[in-house]
Unconditional design. Sequence first.
Length: 368
Amino acid sequence: MSLFPPASCPRLIVKIGSALLVDPDGGVRREWLESVAADIAERCAAAQQVAVVSSGAIALGARRLGLAKGGRASLEDAQAAAAVGQIALSQVWAEMLAAKGLTAAQMLVTLDDLEDRRRYLNAAATLDRLLGLGVMPVLNENDSVATAEIRFGDNDRLAARVAQAAGAQGVVLLSDVDGLYDRNPALPGAVHVPRVERIEPAIEAMADRGSASGMGSGGMVSKIAAARIANAAGAHLAIASGRIARPLSTAARHTMFVAERSAPARKAWLAGGLTARGTVHIDAGAVAALRAGKSLLAAGATRIEGSFTRGDLVAVAGPDGAVLARGLVEYDAGEAARIMGKRSDALAAVLGYAPRGALVHRNHMAML
């Protein structure tokens, strides 16, 4: 496999542009999509967890409704087209993946879902659980209700945000271009850039703002912005052509934006200067579990300090009082106090509802 082999990339996010999924007449490019489903099935069989960010809802809906400019003449047109097209898009994905023995799940999100800490935790927990169950999430921006103020505006950046939430190591943007060029690739003498170690002004200056197909809302500018987001979260990002069959397993030219080898920015953000709302004290067994890369379970908590709500940053202190980690807590302070020291199978009886998997999940925690 040419892009992000499973052994080095346990979790992969694949974004598919509208021009690849929808033909000029408004139909789904089924043969090509079947080849992508085959690629995904092969990777899942090799123990790689894959989530797809799929464009195409507006393009599909616009042609069914006969809307001008691909459904993007107005926000209202885009919302209406998305409402019609999203049903068709989800049905196609469910059918294609089922034919390969895979179960699909649909997730529709807005920018606000991944900017608000509580909703970010909800989205991250859903992604983690679906991927852990062997289900393949298919995500798209919720264009039917999004407004101009909260739209991602393109699925390139959405894919990068999803990679952050899922703790993915790699992102592939399948597009109608095979990567970054030093100028518009339609111009004479354009040179392909195979690898970008750091996104500097000179790299950004190469971006072409256009979308060649006229279907999508992004261009190379949005792809570089996505690369910046993904790299900051510790994930490599590749821009690759989807104009070939089996694009995830066929060796082809692409541009790789390399993440820095240091800790992901999310971990640095958690470990850095934010003021913790409280402290969760834990026992020696929990300390050992955290140092082994595990999540903090309620059973390991011995004392709760402070007043915090779900999604707030808390410090995690060992038996000697020294802070050894910081993370986003999954429970309010009152709930955390009620369940501390209790085993996971006892939490539902205490809380009166199905408990979350951890007090502080390892994906949202940074060891100090």
